[in-house]
Design a protein around this ligand. Structure first.
Ligand code: PMP
Length: 288
């Protein structure tokens, strides 16, 4: 049976959901998106994702088609309709369609809203049991507004292709000699017991998981700072972690084919992963 999706106010089997060929999302990648994960059908940090979606929409001048409560209602309904134990929910909002192809967008278009969910297996494991991964460093070729969660993902897609061709799991992107983020994740390093992550700027997405890791470190007195990270510092760090909604917090044990730290999962990562798991369940039972 086809999965149910949400399209512009309607609940439809996925194979019956149709978007115009003139949709600006299709023609220009003119839109933004969000990804939320639901554990045991409870969306995790939904408020934060809805807030980031609102921010992306403001940044690109698309009117927010729904208020917070309406977003929450629609997302929760979609989760219950598809009945997956754990799922990721993709929310896509494009500027809408107009039959004249023009870069200069007409005002007053009706945004296209599409939401779908897919089953994930990831969270059947406790965070601390997630497998470690490898990474390579790559020059960041994406545009200068990585803080907007744009559906124009061509830069990330081409980079990810290089990552897979190199037999690696993730690319760590470097701009002007400084570490920015992963192709689809934020980055943390550990140096002498201190956790460091790049300061937010226009090139970096304000990761919902990044914020969560900050909360955990503060709560458990783990020193965490925002600072520039050079390529050298990255290569010499004791631990590297990557964070994202769908992959949670993953330890990187190999960088450009060389061991990170002692080449195994770091002790600070283990600690934070245990806290992550513990509070993840607390948070979703409280409905946030
Ligand atoms: N940076 C980029 C480029 C991403 O695509 C993602 C994944 N959404 C992240 C960071 C991590 O963000 P979050 O923790 O909100 O998933």
């Amino acid at each position: 049976m086809a999965r149910t999706v949400y399209l512009n106010g309607e609940w439809l089997p996925a194979d019956q959901a149709k978007v115009s060929v003139f949709d600006r999302g299709f023609l220009f990648g003119d839109g933004v998106y969000e990804v939320v994960v639901a554990y045991e059908r409870h969306p995790f940090r939904l408020e934060q994702h809805i807030a980031r979606l609102a921010k992306s929409l403001v940044e690109v001048g698309i009117e927010n088609p729904m208020g917070v409560h309406e977003w929450r209602f629609v997302i929760e309904r979609l989760i219950s309709m598809n009945a997956d134990h754990h799922s990721s929910i993709y929310i896509q909002v494009s500027r809408g369609s107009s039959e004249t192809r023009t870069h200069n967008y007409p005002v007053g278009l009706e945004p296209t809203v599409f939401i779908c969910s897919q089953k994930i297996a990831l969270s059947t494991k406790a965070t601390v049991d997630l497998p470690p991964c490898s990474a390579i460093t790559l020059q960041d070729i994406r545009w200068d507004r990585g803080d907007i969660k744009s559906i124009s993902l061509l830069g990330s897609i081409l980079l990810k292709k290089q990552v897979f061709e190199a037999g690696s799991d993730e690319g760590i992107l470097v701009r002007n000699g400084l570490v920015a983020e992963g192709t689809a994740s934020n980055i943390f390093i550990v140096v002498d017991g201190v956790v460091k992550t790049p300061k937010l700027n226009d090139w970096i997405l304000t990761g919902v998981t990044r914020e969560y890791v900050f909360e955990l470190c503060r709560r458990y007195d783990i020193q965490i700072i925002e600072a520039d990270i050079s390529l050298n510092e990255l290569s010499e760090s004791d631990e590297i972690w990557l964070t994202s909604t769908t992959s949670e917090i993953r330890p990187v044990i190999s960088l450009n084919g060389m061991s990170v730290g002692e080449g195994c999962v770091g002790s600070l990562w283990k600690k934070v992963a245990v806290y992550y798991e513990r509070h993840k369940s607390e948070l979703f039972t409280c409905g946030s």
